[in-house]
Design a protein around this ligand. Sequence first.
Ligand code: SF4
Length: 318
Amino acid sequence: MNLIEKANAIFLENFPAETWFERAVFFSWYCDIHDCTYCYMSTGKHTKNATRSQESLLAEVILCKQLGWKFGFLSGGQKAFSQQDFAELLKNIHKIHGEKIWINVGALDKQQLEQYKPYIKGVVGAIETVNPKLHDKVCPSKPIAPFEKMFKLADELGLMKAMTIIIGLGETIEDFKHLERFIKDNGISKIHIYSLNPQKGTEYENAKPPTAEYQAEWIAKTRIAFPKIDIQAGIWVNKVKTVSLLLKAGANSISKFPAIRQFNSEAAKEIENQAKLAGRTFKGTLTKLLKFKIDENISDEVRKKLDKYIATLQKRAT
Ligand code: SF4
């Protein structure tokens, strides 16, 4: 049995043959760190006030729920909001979404976690690479130790723990041992495995993105080592034909795809097709506009934003 077949068999022993799209909801284009060498924020083109309105974020949350997209996590640049404003945002998202959510907003301290706890199910550590030397180079101002401290605090508070990695930054598959150790040591129950998408103006602008086979290898090794972990595979529009491989490698779900902009596009149709090819039922929809059931109690401002989103989808659905 090759690696992918083995991972697929382990996946099917532990999960139903289903998959879905998870939406990461981003609240800002500003980051206080702004020097991770692969990140758009390192290009210096961000501004302090580039945060989205609460109404726009809440409308997006409603949209995701209606289309059956799961809430991946809430994320954005670090320190884009004050702690109080962020707690208020979480409270409102929780009210509209009806469930606690994951957040990916840097290494939080105990006091922050306690304040956010009523609205969150867990914290995501954006680890990015588990190769220690490479990490120092690509994330010079985002060390790993504070995330490990946050994971310990999460244990104390009964919160779940997730992490992200980006493959293609310069690591090799030999570094999988570091990932295995990190997941074990920190009790990680969910991992987002992205592949590098080179951004203009960054140090990786001319880097060659990793192959789908290499991303699949990381996913498959993770699935085999951790049969019950929740694995999310990040894919870009130009990678939709790789979805079947990534699912067979053991990913539970996919993310990163710009699902609103690409709603009902050939790429969106291909994702649903790829799920079938992998023998999975695709939950939710990237292609069909279903009848929306909107809570009458939402504010006029949120309603207006939502109407705009729906109009965009309607245009794409015809
Ligand atoms: S912390 Fe996140 S948003 Fe900020 S520069 Fe690094 S990768 Fe980009």
